[in-house]
Design a protein around this ligand. Structure first.
Ligand SMILES: Cc1ncc(COP(=O)(O)O)c(C=O)c1O
Length: 378
């Protein structure tokens, strides 16, 4: 276990998945020739009715800056957990809310030398947002055993008590490892953070697509515990990826503080309309979880048959240990198959495969098998 209490604050932008136009041009490919396994979104695409709802939006009207109707729909969606509208903020993707949180807790008005604890390897935007806000980044890096990644939460608690970070980020299930932290561990971390007056942000971007969603989500804890924020990404779980939509659930004073920092109209009208239709589809997530599980089993079975280790995953992506991840990623990209090289996560021997429908996963794993069999080095 390594931890680095004091690293630099120099701003650098995080690396993300997704296909970039400049690379397509360099490769002589067009988007229609490609399959994107590098951004992990629901394999089902957007729920039925979303396209129609978007088509009905008046493009010449400003969107509601308060997202009132969508906020009410989100609160109703989580009614069983006691969520009310003053516990919800909607963002232009959950990424916007990550930046609101870091500005609120680490920005100019916050205490000088404020820090955030990141449980790494993890989503790069936390680090990027902390640095932009002028905060210090503290990291606790997971130990990598042969078959899994895990953090020692007692060390996290010690770091929180000693370094007093204003924010702690946990991604659950974690990007890119797929590891799931239990509610018991999360509740203990929340108590450690509360004891020093900080906030624990639990990023549940992938939890709705996990077949273990019920055992780990903390929306109910966020509603009651003044120090916990639960983040959700409808970009991911309802495949509203081009529209960008996310939300956070937290105690009303936390939400009110974030609202003062959010630019008006940041959530566009198409996203608001799409979000309401998506949440109305009661069966969508269950179907998406079944599709994810089927694709996950297919990818893991086929890669392991090639001798490639896959880490256990509670998310809709698979972390696979392939050797030279950058080389494999580039060889696959030339064929229009885009996976995420995990070098920027500090895992240069791993790729992350976002789970698409089974037929696409077979195409990808066949391409990897062909490279293995022709002795291509990666
Ligand atoms: C853990 C995690 N959180 C949040 C996001 C961003 O989601 P959104 O599109 O809602 O901003 C990502 C995107 O990759 C992610 O991996």
């Amino acid at each position: 276990m390594q931890h680095h209490p004091n690293t630099s604050t120099s701003p650098s932008r995080p690396v993300h998945g997704g296909i970039k136009e400049a690379e397509l041009r360099a490769l002589g490919l067009s988007m229609e020739d490609c399959l994107d396994f590098s951004a992990s979104v629901s394999p089902l695409g957007p729920p039925d009715g979303v396209q129609q709802a978007i088509a009905a939006v008046d493009l010449a009207a400003y969107p509601d800056p308060h997202c009132l109707a969508l906020t009410e729909t989100i609160a109703a969606h989580h009614a069983a957990d006691g969520i009310t509208t003053d516990s919800v903020i909607v963002g232009n993707g959950s990424t916007e809310i990550i930046h609101l949180l870091t500005r609120a807790c680490l920005g100019q008005d916050a205490a000088t030398n404020a820090a955030a604890l990141l449980l790494t390897p993890t989503y790069g935007e936390y680090d990027g947002a902390v640095r932009i806000a002028g905060g210090r980044v503290l990291t606790l890096t997971a130990t990598r055993y042969c078959s899994s990644f895990s953090w020692d939460t007692s060390i996290a608690a010690e770091m929180i008590a000693a370094e007093r970070p204003a924010l702690a980020f946990v991604c659950n299930p974690n990007n890119p490892t797929g590891a799931l932290m239990s509610r018991v561990d999360l509740a203990a971390l929340a108590d450690s953070v509360a004891a020093i007056g900080g906030l624990l942000v639990v990023d549940e971007a992938y939890i709705n697509l996990s077949d273990r969603h019920a055992e780990a989500n903390v929306v109910d804890i966020a509603a009651q515990h003044g120090s916990v924020v639960a983040l959700r990404s409808m970009t991911k779980d309802y495949a509203l990826t081009a529209l960008r939509l996310g939300y956070a659930i937290a105690a009303p004073p936390v939400i009110a503080r974030l609202q003062t920092l959010q630019p008006d109209w940041s959530v566009n009208g198409l996203a608001q309309a799409a979000g309401m239709v998506a949440l109305a589809d009661d069966r969508y997530l269950e179907r998406a979880r079944r599709a994810v599980a089927e694709s996950r089993d297919c990818v893991i079975e086929r890669l392991e048959a090639l001798g490639i280790r896959c880490y256990p995953t509670a998310a809709n992506f698979v972390l696979a240990q392939v050797g030279d991840a950058a080389a494999l990623r580039d060889q696959l990209a030339r064929q229009g198959l885009f996976v995420r090289d995990c070098t920027s996560f500090g895992l240069p021997d791993c790729i992350r495969i976002g789970l698409r429908p089974v037929a696409d996963c077979i195409r990808l794993t066949d391409a990897i098998a062909a490279l293995v069999h022709t002795d291509q080095t990666f």
